[in-house]
Write a new protein. Structure first.
Ligand code: HOC
Length: 395
């Protein structure tokens, strides 16, 4: 009986974990044929490193600052929705592990645990950022931003690459809606996502063609414009603004021109526009056409970062830090332990590879440590006219 019971427990545990992993199809989903999702990964393979040797790399310091806040590592937990699909504690696990590692956590606008609850459980000195989708009802966004500022969030990450949801067939096919009706945790996640959204149905709809992203995206204002950055800043009581979803040099320059404190080069993990460039490609494009942007705003990257060397490549080309999403969401199936494991693996890989490239601190990572010639062939070749000069000419 003892043996049998053991096997039963193992089998049930496997089944439970496996079925929860299936439910993470939403996290895995990407747009159309998922080409951009795959390019995000392929981009790293096209870039070679040029390590330096015979340098004393006994001690290594991986710390940096992100918008002036100390981070022990050059990455943060990127906003990703609906943590409770993976684990009943959802975003609470992500916030706890971010605190444990001393890295910022950017809570999703569509988190399945309330942002105020997360903030109320934050550790002393923990850095939390808030991801914003602007609501069609702007008054709701204004009220939301006031609450975000009051809760102690340190910056607003305005996501601008999703005026509408991308076409994510994996998400549509996952038939999560049927499962949701059976699983109270998932029901809770769906019900608590974006609680202020006006057009979101209270119950998951039954049409199988609607993925979660479309359901959640109903409230998003597709009329957002550059001039709204000033309004967002005002409404948040002056919090720093980071524009997430920059995919070309022109928009990087415009974000800087309109007073953004930071930009995230991101194609939303390949979930929005199929054909969009990887963050490394956009970074190379900025270096080519708008190099001043790198001095004007903090530049972060996300999309497909899985290894310490991926992070090193972005940092050497000028990024300040990197956002990591899916690895944390997948590992969330195992709660705090899983999330901690991912952060630990990344930390250790970074420490090892920063040494192997011949550096002892992040400031020593520079473009000459990278050969991106192969990837540069993908970079836009002009014609190019600086949009900022055009804006200025009209003044
Ligand atoms: C129009 C906005 O960011 C995701 C989340 C939520 C997207 C909502 C769509 O799934 O990528």
């Amino acid at each position: 009986w003892g043996q049998f019971r053991l096997r039963l427990v193992v089998a049930l545990k496997k089944y439970y974990t496996h079925s929860r992993l299936d439910r993470t199809a939403y996290y895995r989903s990407a747009a159309d044929d998922e080409l951009t999702h795959n390019w995000n990964h392929d981009s790293f393979a096209s870039v070679r490193l040029r390590p330096r040797v015979m340098r004393d790399v006994t001690q290594v310091d991986l710390s940096t600052t992100i918008l002036g806040h100390k981070s022990t590592l050059p990455f943060f937990i990127a906003p990703a929705a609906m943590g409770r699909l993976a684990h009943p504690e959802g975003e609470k696990c992500l916030a706890r592990v971010a605190a444990l590692h001393g890295i910022p956590y950017a809570i999703s606008a569509n988190a399945s645990v309330g942002f105020e609850e997360i903030a109320s459980q934050a550790q002393e000195g923990q850095t939390l950022f808030y991801q914003l989708y602007v609501n069609k009802d702007r008054a709701k966004t204004e009220a939301q931003l006031k609450r975000v500022a009051k809760a102690g969030y340190k910056a607003i990450i305005v996501t601008v690459d999703a005026p509408v949801a991308g076409k994510r067939e994996r998400d549509e096919r996952s038939k999560l809606d049927d499962e949701a009706t059976a699983d109270p945790n998932i029901q809770k996640a769906v019900a608590s996502t974006a609680p202020d959204a006006p057009d979101r149905p209270q119950q998951p709809p039954s049409e199988p063609a609607q993925g979660l992203a479309q359901i959640m995206g109903n409230y998003v204002d597709s009329a957002l414009a550059w001039t709204d950055l000033a309004w967002i800043r005002r409404a948040s009581g002056g919090l720093p603004i980071v524009v997430k979803g920059i995919q070309c040099a022109e928009d990087a320059a415009l974000a800087a021109h309109h007073g953004a404190n930071g930009i995230i080069l991101s194609n939303h993990g390949g979930r929005q526009l199929e054909g969009a460039p990887s963050s490394l490609e956009t970074l190379l494009e900025i270096r080519k056409f708008e190099p001043d942007v790198l001095d004007q705003v903090e530049v972060y990257c996300d999309g497909g970062y899985r290894r310490g060397t991926d992070i090193i490549k972005a940092l050497a080309l000028g990024a300040r830090a990197v956002g990591i999403g899916r690895p944390f969401m997948y590992s969330l199936v195992f709660g705090d332990d899983g999330v901690n494991q991912v952060a630990t693996i990344l930390r250790d890989e970074l420490a090892q590879n920063v040494r192997l490239i011949g550096a002892t601190q992040l400031g020593e990572l520079h473009p000459a440590l990278v050969n991106a010639a192969a990837l540069e062939q993908n970079v836009y070749d002009g014609p190019y006219q600086s949009p900022v000069l055009k804006v200025m000419a009209k003044l």
